[in-house]
Design a protein around this ligand. Structure first.
Ligand code: HEC
Ligand code: HEC
Ligand code: HEC
Ligand code: HEC
Length: 123
């Protein structure tokens, strides 16, 4: 019985959450991307959704587990300090997503974001 009550409460909360958020607009301005666990050795990275909307228009290319309703979960909710099975550690997950695109575009001679450590990890 307790379980059923809990389930109903959860469903109601979820429905309210979805109604309240709908499909969220991507955040304006720079987000500070910081590691959730472990020791941060590098300065946080600024990520700007608006500047990327032309090059990475599909939200799901980064928020790859997002269903399209409500705010996407933070990468760090799944990608933690250490690699876990097929799940990359947070550092590798973000380097693969961010750095690889910048590098590939640079190689192709296109205008892109930073590829040097200091370019992203700005003090
Ligand atoms: C190039 C990768 C990338 C793309 C494309 C992208 N995002 Fe994000 N987004 C991120 C990162 C990185 C964060 C930082 C938070 C985290 O997940 O750890 C984030 C955070 C967010 C947040 C939460 C902000 C917060 O402070 O909790 C929302 C909402 C969001 N994105 C919506 C969107 C929507 C909507 C789109 C598509 C229009 C989109 N994003 C496209 C990488 C991306
Ligand atoms: C709900 C959990 C969850 C969230 C949230 C999540 N991931 Fe993942 N991610 C996974 C799992 C599980 C895998 C490994 C299996 C797979 O590829 O689906 C993975 C794999 C990856 C990979 C490797 C894909 C490949 O081609 O090998 C990258 C890169 C990645 N995630 C980046 C991100 C980024 C960046 C964010 C946030 C914008 C994010 N993930 C959010 C669970 C998640
Ligand atoms: C699909 C390719 C792609 C992906 C994925 C991507 N970027 Fe970029 N990034 C670009 C391009 C192209 C620019 C240049 C945009 C411009 O100057 O208008 C850029 C610019 C930047 C800049 C410089 C912005 C400025 O103020 O001039 C930073 C910092 C940056 N990206 C960080 C990130 C981070 C952090 C991620 C991962 C969460 C990421 N990028 C993912 C293509 C990408
Ligand atoms: C395209 C942007 C980008 C570039 C270039 C980049 N990083 Fe990162 N890095 C990130 C993001 C985003 C994170 C995840 C957020 C965080 O942990 O601050 C991260 C996380 C890290 C972390 C783990 C978190 C910590 O602070 O301990 C280390 C270490 C790191 N990077 C080192 C480097 C080094 C060394 C280089 C150069 C060889 C480099 N990065 C280049 C974007 C970048």
């Amino acid at each position: 019985m307790k379980k059923i009550v809990a389930l109903v409460v959860m469903v109601v909360f979820l429905a309210v959450g979805v109604a309240a958020f709908g499909s969220p607009a991507c955040p304006a301005g720079d987000l500070k991307v910081t590691k959730a666990e472990g020791t941060a050795k590098k300065a946080p990275v600024n990520y700007n959704h608006a500047k990327h909307s032309a090059v990475a228009p599909d939200c799901k290319s980064c928020h790859h587990t997002w269903k399209g309703d409500g705010a996407p979960e933070k990468c760090s909710e799944c990608h933690t300090a250490k690699k876990d099975g097929k799940k990359l550690a947070i550092k590798a997950a973000l380097h693969k997503t961010c750095k690889d695109c910048h590098k590939d575009m640079k190689k192709a001679g296109k205008k892109t974001g930073p590829t040097s450590c200091k370019g992203c990890h700005v003090k």
